[in-house]
Write a protein that binds this ligand. Structure first.
Ligand code: ZN
Length: 376
């Protein structure tokens, strides 16, 4: 078994309420996935993530490959055990960070040579190598190695990038299928294996996006992601690309839009039929003092909060809003205290997870009404 996708309900607008059964966790979807770049959702301990209701978190292949190294993590029982996270995990392919963080990249059909952003050492990533690293890390879901097309990109450049991504998807899948049983928890979990998702690219060209989706569906991945969005394009373009792709994806497999977005965006996309999303925004913004609240965005650094005794968000019931004041969060931020990032991040994640909780509730199938009441 790789994964099971149990569709419970679908609305006319496309929104889906489902369960994604993964080796380490049955994930209720639509779901927001906090990003745990280097084996940690920055500043937030794992037990707190559990309390907040996080069902699945991301690990970052590029970062973990460089430090502490995927072989070290495999020797320690895989990523779940290493970071003490019993619920589901997903690793990205490393492609996005290779293209955004590393220096002196050289892309060929074979793969990408790059220099580490940590120490300048030289590395070569191929689709096969990305699969080997992700199998060693052992997340529930791995991602095909792709090239994230930059924005803006000329048509010729987007076509060439897509050609590469499609060839790499094929190689990722072949290598993954040949080695998926090597994951460290394979026997312990009764023969379960990881799943592999393909990634739709194509820049901001609808026809390229459709071609990409159709070709990936032919290859028959366990799930499908839409990548290369939230890279600086206007929001209408993001929406248009998602709308182009969703109808082409199989109904009985999970759909994941990578790297989005603002609170209203994740709600909107979930209602269109996106099952999974991830974004660094809630935690990154938190570390800069930006809180997402029911009253809009709140910059906690503001002088007007200096003696504000109210909770960060009066509508929020998270452990931060129940206990601390805006004045205190402002003070922590101004003093450069480590607790600042932690408390701000916990609230923002709670806010994002609560949105998805609400969306899931609204997508539940209508309760069955007994045809005859009171006949007992
Ligand atoms: Zn809160």
């Amino acid at each position: 078994m790789t994964l099971e996708f149990k569709l419970r309900n679908q609305t006319e607008a496309g929104g889906r309420r489902a369960q994604l059964v993964l080796p380490h966790q049955t994930v209720e979807t639509p779901v927001f996935m906090p990003v745990g770049t280097a084996g940690t959702v920055k500043a937030v301990p794992q037990d707190v993530l559990e309390t907040l209701g996080a069902q699945i978190i991301l690990g970052n292949t590029y970062h973990l490959y460089l430090r502490p190294g995927h072989e070290a993590i495999r020797r320690m029982g895989g990523l779940h055990r290493f970071i003490s996270w019993p619920r589901a995990m997903l690793t990205d392919s490393g492609g996005f960070q290779v293209f955004s963080l590393s220096a002196l990249r050289k892309v060929s059909d074979e793969g990408v040579r790059f220099r580490s952003h940590l120490d300048g050492s030289s590395h070569f990533f191929t689709p096969e190598h990305s699969m080997d690293v992700q199998i060693a890390l052992g997340a529930d879901i791995a991602m095909a190695f792709d090239e994230c097309t930059e924005y803006p990109a000329e048509r010729g450049r987007a076509e060439e990038s897509l050609r590469l991504t499609m060839a790499w998807a094929r190689r990722s899948l072949d290598h993954f299928r040949a080695h998926r049983e090597e994951v460290v928890w394979h026997e312990e979990l009764g023969g379960k294996t990881q799943s592999l998702f393909g990634i739709v690219q194509g820049g901001m060209y609808g026809d390229l996006r459709r071609e990409s989706a159709e070709r990936l569906v032919e290859m028959d991945f366990d799930g499908y992601a839409i990548g290369g969005l939230s890279v600086g394009e206007p929001r209408e373009a993001t929406l248009e690309m998602i709308s182009e792709v969703l109808p082409l994806l199989p109904k009985d497999k999970p759909r994941y839009v990578m790297g989005v977005g603002y609170p209203d965006e994740i709600e909107q996309y979930a209602r269109m039929g996106v099952d999974m999303m991830d974004c660094v925004l809630p935690t990154r913004a938190a570390r800069h003092g930006l809180l997402f609240t029911s009253e809009g965005r709140l910059n906690i650094k503001g002088k007007k909060f200096a003696e504000d005794q109210g909770p960060p968000d009066p509508e929020c019931n998270c452990m931060v809003c129940r206990r601390y004041t805006r004045a205190y969060l402002r003070h922590l931020m101004h003093s450069g205290e480590a607790l600042s990032g932690t408390l701000n991040s916990i609230h923002n994640l709670a806010y994002y997870l609560e949105i998805m909780q609400r969306v899931r509730a609204s997508l539940e199938p209508a309760p069955e009404v007994p045809s005859q009441a009171g006949s007992a």
